[in-house]
Design a protein around this ligand. Structure first.
Ligand code: UDX
Length: 436
């Protein structure tokens, strides 16, 4: 099937490329010419495992192309996906400007009956507003239906998430749309019951509910880690103890610095705003957000109290991990970056390392003159008083103990409980985790 995907960010590019991978003829459209020119050469503007190879493969197979022209990307196409960002406004509501701009441009250019799927995360009721906007701008003699198709792609594993979805959620009441959806996703060979149809507004809310629930699980285990710390209990035991119950599940129960990224914080703020718009209160979501913010503050307190007698102003600290999670170069809402900004004001120097997020971090942290970006994770370690691990990259999990012993104060702060505590203690290095 011929498909046009608008937006070549984390969601649009992965969705478009994966749909070409499963056999569809896909055009990825973006108004950013620079990005489009790079993509035509197979250059991805961000890191996502497997994506670059998949792009090159499908360009060669001639079923994937990139364009910045609405005219060219709408000719003889009747399936569209809108995958542009919906950033957070100051009041927590979602900025829908980009979605509306795209919807209007598509309406003006689409030349035959079509379906426009909204994959962007949008507040409940937005699909209806998009349908109205498209009806006001489309050519008279054609019919364009809007349907909701939210995404559940985790950065760093997005290709796998698309090709092996737990479920495909589609908000529509149209039988025609349902049969088109089944054809689009048919090559995935997923069980029929995994394609879940529901009313449009329910699909819009499902996206927020999914992310908010996952964030709630994280804040639950993080709040419990505060108590476990006080009771001298290892939170990892509790994770195993409750996670073994299939009703709870052991995923998203990793205590640590808390959640960041471009989705959880934004989606929680947006969902709280949706409650407010109905004059309703979500105490739970506000608490989830509050617990998350406190997690970083509590971890900072651990660092400060460890160095309580000596002034931090003459300390040099090493920080591993800048991205908001492993396997991505994305630093949006990264807790590590927030912690670094807090620490940079207090310490003499920070040596920071990340396997791939250094470039993005340098742009974000360039106003601090006491932060050095390392080319290798052990450079300058003998100058440092302590190591702080903020992102659980695989390469950090089994560090070279001989090198860690060079730390002046011989202490490791493990913000993601990802290190082997016993091994570190056996090497006479102090270990401070998150109730581990
Ligand atoms: C999330 C959802 O998982 C995905 O389904 C949705 O489509 C987009 O938002 P993403 O933000 O890419 O994906 O990353 P995710 O793996 O969910 O992690 C989000 C944050 O939670 C990260 O900062 C991560 O470090 C943190 N996290 C995750 C924890 O602190 N503990 C956990 O147990 C899991």
């Amino acid at each position: 099937m011929k498909i046009t995907v608008v937006g070549t960010g984390y969601v649009g590019l992965v969705s478009g490329v994966c749909m070409s991978e499963i056999g569809h003829n896909v055009t990825c459209l973006d108004i950013n010419r620079n990005v489009i020119n790079k993509l035509r050469k197979g250059k991805v503007p961000y890191y996502e495992p497997k994506l670059e190879k998949m792009i090159l493969r499908n360009i060669k197979k001639n079923n994937l192309s990139f364009s910045n022209s609405y005219k060219n990307s709408t000719q003889e196409v009747n399936i569209f996906f809108i995958c542009v960002g919906t950033p957070e406004n100051n009041d927590g509501s979602s900025n829908l400007k980009y979605v509306y701009d795209v919807a209007k441009s598509l309406a003006k250019n689409i030349s035959e009956d079509a379906i426009v799927f909204i994959k962007s995360t949008v507040p409940v009721g937005t699909n209806a507003l998009i349908q109205k906007l498209i009806n006001e701008n489309k050519k008279n003699n054609i019919n364009i239906m809007v349907a909701s198709n939210p995404e559940f792609l985790k950065e760093g594993d997005a290709v796998n998430d698309f090709l092996n979805p737990d479920r495909v959620i589609v908000g529509t009441s149209s039988k025609d749309v349902m049969s088109v959806v089944k054809k689009i996703y048919e090559p995935l060979k997923i069980k029929n019951e995994k394609i879940v149809f529901m009313p449009i507004k329910a699909a819009e809310l499902t996206k927020y509910a999914a992310n908010s629930f996952l964030a709630t699980k994280i804040s639950f285990i993080n709040e419990l880690s505060i108590l476990s710390d006080a009771l001298n209990i290892n939170i990892e035991h509790i994770k195993r103890g409750i996670g073994s119950d299939p009703r709870i599940g052991d995923k998203f129960l990793n205590a640590g610095l808390g959640f960041g990224g471009s989705c959880f914080p934004k989606d929680i703020a947006s969902l709280i705003n949706i409650y407010e718009q109905k004059n309703l209160e979500s105490n739970l979501l506000r608490s989830v957000r509050e617990v998350n913010k406190n997690q970083r503050i509590n971890f900072m307190k651990k660092i400060l109290s460890h160095f309580k007698n000596s002034k931090l102003t003459n300390k040099k600290l090493m920080i591993w991990g800048l991205s908001f999670k492993p396997e991505t170069d994305d630093i949006r809402e990264s807790i590590s970056i927030k912690l670094i900004k807090d620490l940079a004001k207090k310490v003499k120097k920070l040596y920071v390392y990340d396997p791939i997020a250094i470039k993005n971090s340098q742009k974000e942290l360039n106003r601090f003159n006491n932060i050095d970006f390392l080319k290798s994770q052990y450079s300058n370690i003998s100058e440092c008083d302590a190591l702080i691990v903020c992102t659980e990259w695989e390469i950090f999990k089994n560090p070279d103990m001989a090198k860690l012993k060079k730390l002046k104060s011989k202490v490791v702060f493990d913000g993601r409980n990802c290190l082997n505590k016993e091994k570190i203690l056996q090497n006479n290095i102090k270990y401070i985790g998150v109730s581990k």
